[in-house]
Design a protein around this ligand. Sequence first.
Ligand SMILES: [Zn+2]
Length: 157
Amino acid sequence: MAIEVTVERSSEGTPTLTLAGSLDEHCNLGADVAEPPAGAVLNLAGIRRINSVGVLHWLKWIKALTEVKEIWVDAVPYNLVVQANHLVDFFGKAKVRSCLVPYYCPRCKTNVEREVKVEEVGPSQAPVKRCEKCNTEMDFDEVDEYFAFLRRDDALK
Ligand SMILES: [Zn+2]
């Protein structure tokens, strides 16, 4: 399956490219994704799978792209956070602004994913999030190192 891209423009004209699908041997980012202009935002929430071949495709594409253009990254999903914590420069020179974070509501007994902005992440912990259904404070359902990839860029001070 190829990567699907939806493009939306803000009122200021900044495009957000929302990528969805699997990063694997079937994707060809150079062909699937029209090259974004400088200042564009990549929203990655819809990337639901990545394998080792996909990682190589991704690294090549994002490095070449961000070498010459300022690019922002939003909503990094769990599977890409895991990769980013293993691989330095997983996002090239792109600036990551938010990631998706697993939480657990002890009252509803449900797992949910919430988007957390870089500035919300404390020096060693996830921000408090309340359940949308019952307003209970939810548990962060990962290890503190989940956010290590953000700290590496000095995004967090
Ligand atoms: Zn709840």
